[in-house]
Design a protein around this ligand. Structure first.
Ligand SMILES: Nc1ncnc2c1ncn2[C@@H]1O[C@H](COP(=O)(O)OP(=O)(O)OP(=O)(O)O)[C@@H](O)[C@H]1O
Ligand SMILES: [Mg+2]
Length: 261
């Protein structure tokens, strides 16, 4: 059984002026458990819309999404969402932000403490339990956001350009850490990015969407690590000839020249 299964999904919006916007065209997608799927496509092609449908924030105009075979009817803590801009509560410490969902679920104080320590260690924020979000850099805030999602131990993580606002060095560090984490924890990840490079570095598979109404026009398996017989990451992965081939192929399918990505 597939972890996530989208069948016949489409999404129309009606604007304030009463115009219909066809955001996502008929879309089918199957994602097995533990797969890291990256999604690229032109701006406005419906990537975030698709993520919101999978999250359960938005009811699709047609079709349905199933998780573990069950139709998704609303948000669920089994699906954690990380957005581009950190959405931490500014008045709470990092720990309190991270344990927020656990408190709502009635998790005991000792269990919360164990989980918070665990996930903050995992994202490299062990020394920042008592810091306020404004005391953290952008990259650290994104780590805290990821920790908050991990605290709920979701089986699916949906990420909407989570590293888009970060500088190149921080971004690469977070990419490497996310790769380690996904390989270790076998989470199913749906990751939207504007960067073709980032998609290839992270994904087991890259989905390319067309301009609006967005539809899947390419579904590219990324097998560079398999070719080399070990998990590659970072510069090592980028330096392979296979990487360049995939980059050109994916960039040209969204109408970009390789220098734009
Ligand atoms: N609530 C809304 N009401 C009306 N139109 C909307 C709404 N949300 C999104 N749209 C439109 O739907 C289309 C798809 O938007 P969406 O945010 O999913 O695109 P995207 O691929 O995530 O773009 P970007 O890469 O810029 O983030 C766009 O044309 C957008 O203007
Ligand atoms: Mg978007």
């Amino acid at each position: 059984m597939m972890k996530l299964s989208l069948s016949g999904i489409s999404q129309e919006y009606v604007t304030d002026k009463g115009e219909t916007v066809n955001a996502v065209g008929e879309t089918d997608l199957e994602i097995p458990e533990g797969e890291f799927v990256c999604v690229v496509g032109p701006s406005g092609c419906g990537k975030s819309t698709l993520l919101n449908v999978i999250a359960g924030f938005l009811e699709p105009t047609s079709g349905s999404v199933r998780m573990d075979g069950k139709v998704i009817t609303g948000p669920d803590k089994q699906r954690g969402v990380v957005f581009q801009q950190p959405t931490l509560f500014p008045w709470l410490t990092v720990s309190k932000n991270v344990e927020f969902g656990l408190r709502i679920n009635g998790t005991s104080a000792s269990e919360r403490e164990r989980i918070v320590t665990d996930v903050l260690d995992l994202v490299g924020l062990a020394d920042f339990h008592d810091s306020k979000p404004y005391e953290l850099s952008g990259g650290m805030q994104q780590r805290a956001q990821i920790a908050r999602v991990l605290a709920n131990d979701p089986s699916v993580i949906l990420m909407d350009e989570p590293f888009g606002a970060l500088d190149a060095i921080t971004r690469e560090k977070l990419q490497n850490d996310l790769l380690d984490l996904s390989r270790e924890k076998r989470k199913t990840i749906f990751f939207i990015t504007h960067s073709v490079d980032e998609a290839i570095v992270l994904g087991d598979r890259v989905i390319v969407m067309s301009a609006r109404p967005g539809q899947i026009i390419r579904d590219v398996p990324i097998k560079i690590s398999e070719t080399y017989g070990r998990p590659l990451k970072g510069a090592e992965l980028r330096d392979t000839p296979e990487f360049d081939v995939l980059r050109d192929e994916i960039a040209s399918s969204i109408g970009l020249s390789a220098t734009d990505v």
